[in-house]
Every structure is written in C-alpha cells, then in structure tokens.
Design a protein around this ligand. Structure first.
Ligand code: NAD
Ligand code: TDX
Length: 359
C-alpha cells in the first residue's frame, strides 16, 4: 500500500480525509500536525490501534523534522492541509498566518524538493505534492460576476487569503522552476463533522443549542459556496490519482447560499431535531458589526475537474447540513473538549510545550 504524508491532519478537513483514506484503504498515513488551538487530538482516536496510521507532533516549518520524516517514511505523496485557517483571526493577528501558511509551506517545499530529487526514477514518476488551498485567493465577486475559474487572476483581500495566495505561488514556482510534481486544489467553504466551532456553521449550531445569540456579520447577504467535506476528500484523492502534474483544480459544491439563509436553515433543522417548547431558534439571530474587508460573494466554476476527472459533488446542501447537525448533536464529548479547552491541557500533558516532538 502507498504511504501519504498528511500535514494538518488533526484539523477539520485533514481528519476527515485521513479517516476516509484508512477506511477505503487508499494509503497508510503519517500525520504531521502542530496541534494548534484548532485541533482536537481525540478527533482521530478511532485510529489509535490502526497500524497504518502514525501521528507526529510537529511544525511543517521545522525543516530538520520534515526532512527526517521523509527519509524515515519514504512517502509516495505529501498532502498539505496544515494552515492557520480562520479569516477573523487573521484580521486581528496575521503573524501566525504568514509564519505557517507562507514560511511553513516554503520549508515543506524545500524538504520535498530534496527528497524528490533523491528518489529512484520509477518512484519519482509516481511522487506528488498536493497543496490544499482556497477560493478566497481570487478575491470577491459581485452578484452578477461569473464564478471563479482556474485562470481567474488572484486578488486576495484578507491576510488569510493573501497568505494562502503566497503559498499557492510558491507551490507553482517549485513546479515551474525545479520540476517538483505539484498539484493545487482551490476549494470553497467546507462544512461537515469535526469543524472547529469558530467557523459559521458549527458556531451557529452550538450557540443555538446553548441559547446564545447567533451573530450575523453586516446585512447577512454575503454569499458563500458550500462544499460537503466528504465530497472534497473524494476530489482530493481523485486529483492525486489522476491529474497531470502542475495542474490546479477548483473544487466547489454548486451551493451558493447567503449567510442569513444558512443560519435560517440551521435554525429550522434544530427546531425539528432539538425542539424547545414555545421557542424558535431563529429568535436568537443577531445582526452584528461587519467583518473588515468582508468579501461579498464566492462562487466556483468546477467544469475543469468535471471534464478532466469526472468529479462532481454528490451531497445536497439540505442533506449535508442535516448530517452535520446530527453529528454535532451526537458527539457532545468532542464538542465539550473543544469548547472547554481540555484538549489543550491534554496536549500539554502528553507533549509538554514542545512544538516539534516526534511521536
Ligand atoms: P483547520 O484550522 O481545521 O486545521 C488546520 C490544522 O493544521 C490543525 O490541526 C492545526 O493544528 C494544523 N497546523 C497549523 N499550523 C501548523 C503547522 N505550522 N505545522 C503543522 N500543523 C499545523 O483547517 P481546515 O479547515 O481543516 O483547512 C485545511 C486546509 O484547507 C487549510 O490549508 C485551509 O486553508 C484549506 N481550506 C479550508 C477551507 C474550509 O472551509 N475549512 C476551505 C478552503 C480551503
Ligand atoms: O459569526 C460569524 N458570523 C458570520 O456572519 C462567522 C464566524 C462568520 N460569518 C460570516 C462570514 C462569512 O461570510 O459567515 C461566512 C463564513 O464565515 P467563516 O465560517 O469564517 O468562513 P470564511 O471566512 O468564508 O472562510 C472559510 O472558507 C474558506 C474558511 O474559514 C477558510 O479557511 C476557507 O479558505
């Protein structure tokens, strides 16, 4: 079986990818994760006894650590999910975004280049570096603009988007200049199980269940395209298996929805699944000050991945949202861990304050 080095695999999308990769026997996994505030190590406890899964606590920016992991595990592919990913945090405090998303990706590329150049030619032909990126690098659309295509010029607006754009450019340059067999996917807003509740959908679900206000930035008319995380994971695997090297693919859910509509749909589902007498969850909706520089609309044109690889999203927004909310209702321990900060205590107990510990 193949070996994949996954970075940031304790986070939302990476953990869903790893669980699927092990279930479907796509590959053995080495998971390099720094365990920032956005990760709950218990997310992957189902793999505790899986001999095909190996966790390493560390930073993608630690060149020595990454080099030794590559040497030791000889992966057939590297899939880079590791990032600081929350736009609001990037506005308040951009430093970590530059450090991980730009410098960290640069270090990972450096280590990958040396590793790739030393591989014997049959293995070189198979090797891939897949970088996971976002539609936010393309900037903001008006209601009538056509959706983002792979050749839409980059115009990032937030420090997060700019840091992801920087990493995408580095990945492109390592292919163009050094021949590293890279691939990049730019996807829209993911939703599904195991997402940290700083992002809109889990935040609204958990605030509602706790009777807290449901904050809507600005007028609530900003539009996002929503992609169910499992559909995204399928797309990533397909790109890895079938794409020509150097390609980039946009991945979207064909689900453009305004924020206010997303929140109303969540409230309607909760009214059915967790009813309270004489109470509608929508009564908690509260309009708050807008996010600075808030992008108005994202939309993805996924014709390229459909035409080249035959991928299209399978999940409707209605059924994906229902499954997501059911997951949060059935996984109260996970929710308590991320909300109480108990997992950070667990990290300190198990790993101390060391950032680059090899398991
Ligand atoms: P997340 O914040 O849930 O998880 C990120 C993971 O990366 C965490 O486990 C964290 O501990 C780890 N990490 C952070 N810095 C690290 C470092 N220096 N070294 C090693 N590990 C580190 O993010 P996510 O939502 O799962 O996003 C994964 C990737 O997908 C990111 O690159 C993000 O930019 C991209 N993306 C996310 C979305 C989305 O809607 N969530 C959409 C498009 C693209
Ligand atoms: O409390 C809120 N109220 C609100 O109205 C929050 C947290 C968000 N919003 C709005 C802002 C956005 O228009 O909801 C929309 C979604 O917000 P986020 O969940 O923060 O996602 P977004 O900013 O769109 O970015 C996400 O998708 C692209 C991910 O966080 C990124 O990592 C990804 O690249």
């Amino acid at each position: 079986m193949k070996n994949f080095l996954v970075t940031g695999g304790v986070g939302f999308i990476g953990s869903n990818f790893i669980l699927k990769a092990r279930k479907e026997q796509w590959a053995n996994i080495i998971n390099l994760d720094k365990l920032t505030y956005a990760s709950n190590p218990n997310t992957l406890e189902a793999l505790d006894r899986d001999p095909g899964y190996h966790f390493v606590h560390g930073d993608i920016g630690n060149l020595e650590l990454v080099r030794s992991l590559l040497e030791q595990h000889q992966p057939d592919a590297i899939i880079n999910f590791a990032a600081e990913s929350h736009v609001d945090r990037s506005i308040v405090s951009p430093q970590d975004f530059i450090q991980t998303n730009i410098f960290g990706t640069f270090q990972l590329l450096e280590a990958s280049k040396t590793y790739y150049e030393k591989l014997p030619s049959p293995r070189q032909a198979q090797f891939r570096f897949l970088h996971i990126s976002t539609d936010e690098v393309y900037g903001s659309l008006s209601k009538t603009d056509p959706a983002f295509r792979e050749d839409t010029p980059y115009a990032p607006n937030s420090p997060y988007a700019a840091s992801k754009a920087g990493s995408d450019h580095l990945v492109r340059a390592y292919h163009h200049t050094y021949g590293l067999p890279t691939l990049t996917t730019n996807c829209s807003n993911n939703y599904g199980p195991r997402q940290f509740p700083e992002k809109l959908i889990p935040l609204i679900v958990l605030n509602a269940l706790n009777g807290k206000p449901l904050p809507i930035y600005g007028d609530g008319q900003n539009i996002r395209d929503w992609l169910y995380v499992e559909d995204h994971c399928e797309a990533i695997y397909l790109v890895l298996q079938q794409s020509q090297v150097g390609e980039t693919y946009n991945v979207g859910g064909n689900n453009e929805v305004t924020n206010i509509e997303v929140v109303k749909q969540i409230c309607a589902i909760l009214d059915r699944l967790a009813p309270k007498p004489d109470f509608n969850y929508a009564s908690l909706i509260t309009f708050v000050k807008d996010r600075p520089g808030h992008d108005r609309r994202y939309a993805i044109d996924c014709r390229k991945i459909y035409q080249d690889l035959g991928w299209q999203p399978q999940e409707s927004f209605e059924s994906g949202l229902l499954k997501t909310i059911q997951w949060y209702l059935s996984n109260s321990t996970w929710v308590e861990q991320v909300q109480s900060g108990a997992y950070q205590t667990w990290i300190e107990k198990n790993y101390g304050n060391r950032n680059d510990t090899q398991d």
